[in-house]
Design a protein around this ligand. Sequence first.
Ligand SMILES: C[S@@+](CC[C@H](N)C(=O)[O-])C[C@H]1O[C@@H](n2cnc3c(N)ncnc32)[C@H](O)[C@@H]1O
Length: 356
Amino acid sequence: MDHIILNRDDLLARLDACLTDDNLDAVRSRIAELRAQVAVWKPGGIWDSATSEGGRVVFPRDVLLADLDQILATRTLQRTHYYIARLRKAAAEVRTGKINDINLNRWKEYDEIITDSLWVMERRDNSGAHKAWYWGNFIPQIPHQMMLRYTKQGDWVLDTFVGSGTTLLECLRLGRNGIGIELNADIAARTRELVATAPNPHGVVADVVEGDSRTVDYAAVLAERGIAQVQLLLMHPPYHDIIRFSEDDRDLSNAASVDAFVAQFAEIVTRVTPFLERGRYLAIVIGDKYVKGEWIPLGFYLMQAVQAQGYTLKSIIVKNFDETRAKREQKELWRYRALVGGFYIFKHEYILLFQR
Ligand SMILES: C[S@@+](CC[C@H](N)C(=O)[O-])C[C@H]1O[C@@H](n2cnc3c(N)ncnc32)[C@H](O)[C@@H]1O
């Protein structure tokens, strides 16, 4: 994106002059002049006051031009002043909410943040330390989006099924502290090693705790790190027995039935809930399954189990599966089966979002 740097005091003074001027034509010509300067702005060229007194303010050029065009397209003085005052705020003040670092006065600049409930991701983010070595991992975009929307820098994130540590690697990248619980000792060790060697530019904590999420002493795990609660809870359980992660009886992928799976999951939610700060978010990533010609809506079962514990359901996000490695013949076989069996082939999973 093309960014321009302006002198803050100079910009504010020019906008203030517009706000105290009651002659619409005069105001418009001031804004038109500003727009022309923004359009041709170059580093080191005119109006590059980055290093001068008065501070600097950075804008994506297209966002600023669109704002100025909106002002110029307005026909009344009152409306013109309203848009100018809004632009002034964007340049002068930072306004963030309680649960993230998004500057609401500059909300148009957060292109990266998704706000729609349908996520169609073309490919996984394999950049940095993300290697996708673990069968059953989730794409890094999931913890990435959740952290941008629901945490601030320095907040704590707890992942009760951390697997290959996708959440922890994203914590390192975004400057959030993370704790991940993993039952499988081999996986826990491998993930710990991987996380320890990944870049940690913000100097945060990213720890793997080997254990069973149903019985782990959460109070002790948090106290050891000097905290009493976390600000985001991420849960990506096995989708019951679709992938068996181990032979361990305590592994949710070995639950004896769907009911047992749901009950075990609900038990973890019960245990962990007191450690999530009130008003903060719980995100569950889950897909459904098929058994003997019947669609088993694991996602909806877990959703109801969590609602029963007093959480507010904030969103159901439907996300496509990224392209699997399945061979073409296999895909065709599934298509044939779907046509014969009267069902649809799974292409989505859910991110269920709750607020405590
Ligand atoms: C779907 S995977 C999570 C993958 C992870 N999001 C990633 O990106 O690598 C589920 C994980 O939960 C672990 N698991 C299963 N039962 C568990 C339990 N009772 N306590 C802790 N971890 C458990 C499995 O070993 C597996 O690694």
